[in-house]
Design a protein around this ligand. Structure first.
Ligand SMILES: Nc1nc2c(ncn2[C@@H]2O[C@H](COP(=O)(O)OP(=O)(O)OP(=O)(O)O)[C@@H](O)[C@H]2O)c(=O)[nH]1
Ligand SMILES: [Zn+2]
Length: 475
C-alpha cells in the first residue's frame, strides 16, 4: 500500500478493517455487527435516542410528520452503515474468472501494461466527523494476474462495503484498495476518489453537487506504487478520458475534510431547552454504539457534538406564532384588509433565494432555492431582498416538508401583498439522493399560487418566465 496515501489513518486500523471485511483469519475486532437481526435490534435501541434529539430541538415527537421519524432515521443509519455487516469474501469468491493474458508467459490477463479500470462508481457514506452524508465518485483500476479477472460489478460492490460505514475519504480509498488487493490478489490496485461534502446552510449558494466542498484522494498497491509507475500514469490517463482530473482539489491531509470540524463551537445548553444539548450529545453517542461503532475511536471524538451542532441549526421556534401576524389578528391571510381596493400594482419577483431545510422524516437536509412573486399593491415599494431571505430562512431552517414550507412562505408574502403571491421551491433531497432510492440527479419542485396569480394566467406565466430567464446566471 502506498504509504504516502495513508493520510492520518493508523495502519493497524486499516489492516483490521480490511482483514475483518475479507474474513481473513486475523482478529476481526472491527466485526461491528452480526446479521440483519442484530441490526434491526440496533434500530430499536436507536429510536429512543432519535426521540431525544427531536425533544432537544423543541419538537413534539408525537406530531404527524415526526411520529415515525425515529424509526426512519434508525433505518437510514442502519442502511448507511450496512458495510459493517458485509464480507468482501462473499462478494468476490465465485466471481474470479480464468482469462489468459495477451502475454501467456506472464499469465496476467492484460499482459504487460494490461489493466482494467471501472470509472464513475457513485457511492455515499456518512461523514465520521459530523454524521452527514458525503458523495463520492469512485474510480478503481487493477492489473489482473494469475490468469484471472474479477467480475466488473464486484469492484463496485467491494467499494460499497467500505463506503457504507462511518468514513473519511482517505480511509475509504485505503480500505477499498487494501480489500481488493487482499481478495483478488492482482499485480496491483489503484483507487481514486472525488468526494463532495455537503456545505453548511450559511454558504448554500450552490445548487449542484459541484458547489459542495470537494476533495480528491487516492490509494494504490503493487505495480501502481512508486513515483514513476507506468501503471499509475496509464490509470490517470484512462480517467482523463472521462474528464476526471485527479490533480484538481488534491486535498492535503493537513486540512480537516469535514467543514463542521473547522466551524466547531462549544455546545452550550443555552442553544436549546435547558440541559438538552448534553442529552442530545449522549443520545448521539448511544446511536454510535448501536451501530457497533466505538465513540472513543479517535476519528469519532467530537462527532456527537458536531452532529448536535448541525441539528440545532434547525430547532423549532415558537416565533412561528408571533411572526404570523395574520394568525394572531385572526385576519385570514386570504382576505384583503377591510375592503381595500388598492390596485394590484406591479408584479415583482425575488428569485434564487438559497435555503437549507431539514427533512422531518429522515433528519437529512434538503436544500435549494426559493423563487417569490408578488404584487406591490401600487405602492411602487420594492421590498428588500434581505427581507425575503429572512422569510425563507425562517420557514426553511427547521424540520420541514417541502410542500409545507412552500405554502407557509406564500401565505406570509400574501399576508403583506394581498393581491397575489406565488412561490416555487426547487430542492435536492439528501434522503432521496444518498439513501433509499439513491437518485443522485433527482430534484423536487413545489409551487404555491394565491390571489391574482390564481386568477390571471398571464401573471403566472410572466413570473415563471422571470425564473427561466435568470436561471443561467444564477448557477
Ligand atoms: N412529500 C414529501 N415527502 C418527503 C419530503 N421529504 C422526505 N419525504 C418523503 O418522506 C417519505 C417517508 O416515507 P417512509 O416510507 O415513511 O420512510 P422510508 O422507508 O425512509 O422511505 P424511502 O425514502 O422511500 O426509503 C419518503 O417517501 C421521502 O421521500 C418532503 O419534503 N415532502
Ligand atoms: Zn462532515
Amino acid at each position: 500500500m502506498d504509504r504516502t496515501a495513508m493520510g492520518a489513518l493508523e495502519e493497524a486500523h486499516l489492516t483490521a478493517a480490511v482483514a475483518a471485511a475479507c474474513a481473513c483469519e486475523e482478529d476481526d475486532g472491527l466485526e461491528l455487527l452480526g446479521g440483519e437481526a442484530e441490526a434491526a435490534a440496533a434500530d430499536d435501541a436507536m429510536e429512543p435516542a432519535v426521540r431525544a434529539l427531536l425533544l432537544g430541538l423543541g419538537e413534539d415527537d408525537r406530531r404527524e410528520g415526526l411520529r415515525r421519524t425515529p424509526k426512519r432515521v434508525a433505518k437510514a443509519f442502519r442502511d448507511g452503515t450496512r458495510g459493517y455487516r458485509q464480507k468482501v469474501k462473499d462478494i468476490v469468491q465465485g466471481a474470479l474468472f480464468p482469462e489468459v493474458g495477451v502475454d501467456k508467459r506472464t499469465g496476467s490477463a492484460g499482459g504487460t501494461g494490461g489493466q482494467v479500470v471501472v470509472r464513475d462508481i457513485e457511492l455515499f457514506s456518512y461523514c465520521e466527523s459530523c454524521l452527514l452524508p458525503f458523495s463520492t465518485q469512485c474510480h478503481v483500476g487493477y492489473v489482473p494476474s494469475g490468469g484471472r479477472v474479477v467480475g466488473l460489478s464486484k469492484l463496485s460492490r467491494v467499494s460499497d462495503v467500505f463506503a457504507k460505514r462511518l468514513q473519511n475519504p482517505q480511509r475509504l480509498a485505503n480500505e477499498v484498495c487494501g480489500a481488493l488487493h487482499a481478495s483478488i490478489q492482482p499485480a496491483g490496485v489503484a483507487v481514486a476518489l472525488q468526494c463532495w461534502h455537503i456545505p453548511l446552510p450559511d454558504n448554500l449558494e450552490c445548487k449542484t453537487l459541484q458547489g459542495w466542498i470537494r476533495a480528491s484522494h487516492s490509494s494504490r498497491s503493487g505495480v501502481f506504487e512508486g513515483e514513476n509507475s507506468t501503471f499509475w500514469n496509464d490509470f490517470l490517463a484512462l480517467l482523463k478520458f472521462r474528464g476526471i482530473d485527479m490533480e484538481v482539489d488534491n486535498h492535503s491531509a493537513s486540512i480537516p475534510w469535514c467543514p463542521l470540524r473547522s466551524l466547531e463551537v462549544p455546545l452550550s445548553n443555552g442553544h436549546c431547552k435547558k440541559g438538552s444539548a448534553n442529552s442530545m450529545v449522549s443520545a448521539v453517542t448511544s446511536m454510535l454504539l448501536s451501530l457497533g461503532e466505538d465513540p472513543l475511536r479517535k476519528e469519532l471524538l467530537g462527532t456527537p457534538q458536531r452532529y448536535v451542532q448541525w441539528l440545532l441549526k434547525f430547532k423549532a421556534s415558537n416565533l412561528n406564532v408571533k411572526l404570523n401576524g395574520f394568525a394572531l389578528g385572526n385576519v385570514s391571510v386570504y382576505e384583503r384588509p377591510g375592503g381595500s381596493t388598492a390596485d394590484l400594482g406591479a408584479l415583482r419577483s425575488e428569485l434564487h433565494l438559497p435555503f437549507c431545510a431539514q427533512c422531518e422524516h429522515h433528519l437529512l437536509p434538503f436544500y435549494g432555492v426559493v423563487h417569490i412573486g408578488y404584487f406591490d399593491n401600487g405602492t411602487g415599494e420594492d421590498i428588500d431582498r434581505s427581507h425575503f431571505q429572512s422569510l425563507v430562512h425562517f420557514y426553511g431552517c427547521k424540520l420541514q416538508v417541502q410542500e409545507r414550507m412552500t405554502r407557509q412562505i406564500a401565505e406570509a408574502v400574501y399576508s403583506v401583498s394581498h393581491s397575489g403571491a406565488m412561490v416555487v421551491v426547487e430542492a435536492n433531497h439528501i434522503c432521496m439522493i444518498s439513501r433509499g432510492v439513491e437518485k443522485i440527479r433527482s430534484n423536487t419542485a413545489t409551487i404555491a399560487v394565491l390571489g391574482q396569480f390564481l386568477t390571471d394566467p398571464s401573471a403566472k406565466e410572466c413570473f415563471l418566465q422571470n425564473v427561466l430567464d435568470t436561471a443561467e446566471s444564477a448557477v
